[in-house]
Design a binder for this molecule. Structure first.
Ligand code: PEP
Ligand code: MN
Length: 339
């Protein structure tokens, strides 16, 4: 339930209203929208009398939010949320590129790639350190050492860093990471969601392989309801019967997501397709449908990459994608690239 108060609502009456609402055992979140205070009433609101509320002198309007997700809901927060990732802005009029290898492999590799993607226009550097792999025999990532190497790359280039957390046990390793990624496989790992919800760093939440938009928003709600309001969503393809691509990129939902939520939404064309030659056209399509950015796997030597070489573009291709995106954005709206 969302209660919008009248302009300059009387403080005493507001205190009485808040105390009355608290009596129902609900959670209250207040936000200022322009010159009005908005109260989100979360939890079981079935006993809150809507008519009584509407009649109160300081209340302008009462809206029931039928969707289960509340804090992520645009009905609560009409304006786009802008998430600050180490000084780079995601959301609103900003279009941001996250680029880097699937996995951090060595100091030389990550620093070379960081320099290349920075000069091509990336807003942040990605690199997996704790890798969730389908087979236990595949490269599992450099773990803590990988995060340290990312921090070196950040010190060298100034690029904010993005890396995936796979377990609540490794939270301490993520101190100093600018954007903590929850991967597709952990989208419904609710304990992990609650843990990152308690951290200060923004979270990049990827859609699960077989999850709906509503489920994605509810997972974001888990993070936000713990206090962390800086969440970026990522469409990375879903599993369908099609086998030509690694996953099926669900681009249509970008528009539906942006209608439903105020959070920034980016696209990962690399994991969505699994094919290097599709990364550029799908990236441009993401910009055309109104995404807030893309996350692209970039490797300086894809043939020898320890993970996902077949879907990794080289830095020159990444540079071309950034340049072409500039033209798509100019044709399709009013976003500009955040570098
Ligand atoms: C990744 O981005 O490194 C990754 C593993 O992606 P996803 O969780 O979308 O499969
Ligand atoms: Mn990968």
């Amino acid at each position: 339930m969302i209660i919008t108060l009248k302009k300059n609502a009387d403080e005493k009456q507001l205190d009485i209203l808040l105390a009355w609402l608290n009596g129902f055992g609900v959670t209250l979140e207040t936000e200022t929208h322009g010159d009005r205070l908005v109260i989100a009433v979360l939890g079981d609101v079935s006993r809150v009398d809507e008519e009584l509320l509407s009649d109160m002198e300081i209340v302008e309007s009462v809206t029931r939010v039928s969707e289960k997700y509340k804090l992520t809901n645009r009905k609560l927060h009409a304006e786009d949320t802008i998430v600050d990732v180490g000084g780079r802005k995601f959301g609103g009029k900003n279009y941001a590129f996250i680029a880097g290898p699937c996995s951090v492999e060595s100091e030389k590799q990550i620093i070379e790639i960081a320099k290349a993607v920075k000069s091509a226009g990336a807003a942040a550097l990605r690199g997996g350190a704790f890798k969730p792999r389908t087979s236990p025999y595949d490269f599992q990532g450099l773990k803590s050492e990988g995060v340290k190497l990312l921090k070196k790359a950040k010190a060298e280039t100034g690029l904010p860093i993005v890396t995936e957390i796979t377990s609540v046990k490794s939270v301490d390793d993520f101190e100093g990471v600018d954007l903590i990624q929850i991967g597709a496989r952990n989208m419904q790992n609710f304990e992990l969601l609650k843990e990152v919800g308690k951290l200060g760093a923004p979270v990049l939440l990827k859609r699960g392989l077989v999850n709906t938009v509503d489920e994605l928003l509810l997972s974001a709600e888990y993070i936000m309801s713990e206090g962390n309001k800086n969440v970026i969503l990522c469409e990375r393809g879903i599993r369908t019967f099609e086998t030509l691509t690694r996953n099926t990129l669900d681009l249509g939902v970008i528009l539906l997501l942006k209608e439903r939520t105020h959070l920034p939404v980016i696209v990962d064309p690399s994991h969505a397709s699994g094919l290097r030659r599709l990364v550029e056209p799908l990236s441009l399509a993401a910009a055309a449908v109104g995404a807030d950015g893309v996350m692209i796997e970039v490797h300086n030597d894809p043939v020898h990459a320890l993970c996902d070489g077949a879907q990794s573009v080289v830095p020159e291709e990444f540079k071309r994608i950034v340049e072409k995106t500039e033209a798509v954005l100019a044709a399709c709206g009013d976003k500009r690239i955040e570098k």
